[in-house]
Design a protein around this ligand. Structure first.
Ligand SMILES: NC(=O)c1ccc[n+]([C@@H]2O[C@H](COP(=O)([O-])OP(=O)(O)OC[C@H]3O[C@@H](n4cnc5c(N)ncnc54)[C@H](O)[C@@H]3O)[C@@H](O)[C@H]2O)c1
Length: 436
């Protein structure tokens, strides 16, 4: 089947490349000419492990192509996915649906053959109804149906996640659309990927409910970590001890500096707004959003404490290792490093930073951070080294070298990747998240 993917960002590009790899003919469309030019030249606009190879092999097999021309891209496609951004709307936190609706309008004006229009973007309940209305009004004069198919891939593991998903959720009340979606995902059924067909509205809500639940889990263990620090318990043991309970599960129970990234912050906010609009408040999620917001800046204070308090910290130098919101991505959206760097800058602390993939995107967001070419260059002359993101490259730093380069042997490990006893044995003052 020919598939069109409108929006070639993290989700659109990965989904498009994977669909092509399943054997479909895929056209990835984006309105950003620089992105399309770079994709045509074989240069990936984002960092995602394995993506460059997957794109190259499918382009070579003539199953994957790129264009800025939506009319040309959707021509002949049986399924047209909308995978554009749905950022937080400035001012009120609602999901900004202007990109989704603009694409729906353009599809409506250019559709010439029967097609299922599929929202892969994360969109609030009821968006499918509006997309359907826009399409009907633009009157393509051909049969169409609107389905919801939220995406659950994780950046950094996007390709394996897409190819071996825990589940595929498809929301549609239309039998024809169901048949088309079955064909789109047939290669995955052979891998026995569980598929859940549901109503469009349920499907739209499933995505927000899933992200909100994961945000709750992260925030819960973060608060447990704070309690561990007060009572002398070890959050990693607490996490293991509760995670071994099958009803709870061990994932998303790693204490850290607070969730960030392109999804959880905006999706939890958007869910709150939907809940408010429908007068069904989700108070647990409200608390999670508040706790997580204050946590990022609190991490700045934690570093200041490690330096001996606000007076001692003024004029000191800190090395931030890892700037992206998580490892194996270059995504800086809502990364905790931004709030931490700001809090340190406000306290008169000089900040140097290094990230294996995120420096280009981080630099404009953190103008007061001196970007360094590698971890050791950032550490040179630092009074404290702070691990903000758990890139593998930081898991085995040469601590003797760190000690020699740094002005003071202080390690603040916001991801708990070091064993406290090992680091202290090397003569470091070590602080972590919730470990004695
Ligand atoms: N990033 C993730 O890990 C992830 C995971 C699951 C779901 N999602 C959801 O998927 C959606 C896309 O997220 P993303 O991270 O891929 O966004 P992104 O910002 O990386 O990519 C969106 C792309 O859409 C393009 N675009 C915008 N308007 C367009 C138009 N009118 N025509 C053609 N192209 C247009 C932009 O140029 C951009 O390249 C969002 O709703 C997001 O919440 C993201």
């Amino acid at each position: 089947m020919k598939i069109a993917m409108v929006g070639s960002g993290y989700v659109g590009l990965v989904s498009g490349a994977c669909f092509a790899d399943f054997g479909h003919e895929v056209v990835c469309i984006d309105k950003d000419p620089a992105k399309i030019d770079s994709l045509k030249a074989g240069i990936m606009p984002i960092y995602e492990p394995g993506l460059a190879e997957l794109v190259a092999s499918n382009v070579k097999a003539e199953r994957l192509s790129f264009t800025t021309d939506l009319a040309e891209g959707i021509d002949g496609a049986g399924a047209i996915f909308i995978a554009v951004g749905t950022p937080s709307r400035r001012g009120d936190g609602h999901a900004d649906l202007s990109f989704v609706y603009a694409v729906a309008q353009e599809i409506g004006e250019n559709l010439k053959q029967p097609a299922v229009i599929v929202t892969k973007s994360t969109v609030p309940v009821g968006t499918g109804d509006e997309v359907e209305r826009i399409l009907a009004e633009a009157n393509p004069g051909v049969r169409f149906a609107v389905a919801s198919n939220p995406e659950f891939l994780r950046e950094g593991a996007a390709i394996p996640d897409f190819k071996r998903p825990d589940r595929i959720v498809i929301g549609t009340e239309d039998d024809w659309a169901r048949g088309v979606m079955n064909e789109v995902y047939r290669p995955l059924f052979l891998n026995k990927a569980p598929i859940l067909f549901t109503s469009r509205r349920s499907s739209e809500l499933i995505k927000y409910a899933a992200n909100a639940f994961l945000a709750v889990k992260i925030t819960f263990i973060n608060e447990m970590a704070d309690l561990c620090e007060k009572v002398g318990a070890d959050v990693q043991d607490v996490s293991r001890g509760i995670g071994m309970d099958g009803r709870i599960g061990s994932k998303f129970l790693h204490a850290g500096p607070g969730y960030g990234g392109s999804c959880f912050p905006k999706d939890t906010l958007a869910l709150l707004k939907t809940a408010e609009d429908y007068e069904a408040p989700t108070r647990i999620v409200e608390a999670v959003v508040k706790v997580n917001d204050s946590r990022k800046r609190a991490m700045g204070r934690k570093v200041i404490e490690a330096l001996g308090g606000p007076d001692a910290a003024r004029g000191k130098k800190v090395a931030l290792l890892g700037l992206t919101f998580k490892p194996n991505t270059d995504d800086m959206r809502d990364a905790p490093s931004i709030a931490i760097a700001l809090a340190l800058d406000d306290a008169g602390v000089e900040v140097a930073g290094y990230d294996p993939e995120g420096m280009d995107l981080a630099a404009p967001l953190m103008p007061n951070v001196a970007m360094k070419p590698d971890a050791y260059a950032a550490i040179e002359g630092a009074d404290a080294v702070v691990i903000v993101t758990e890139w593998d490259a930081f898991r085995a730093l040469d601590l003797d070298r760190v000690k020699k380069l740094a002005r003071q042997p202080i390690l603040v490990d916001l991801r708990n990747i070091y064993a406290p006893a090992d680091v202290r044995a090397k003569g470091f003052a070590y602080s972590s998240i919730g470990r004695p």
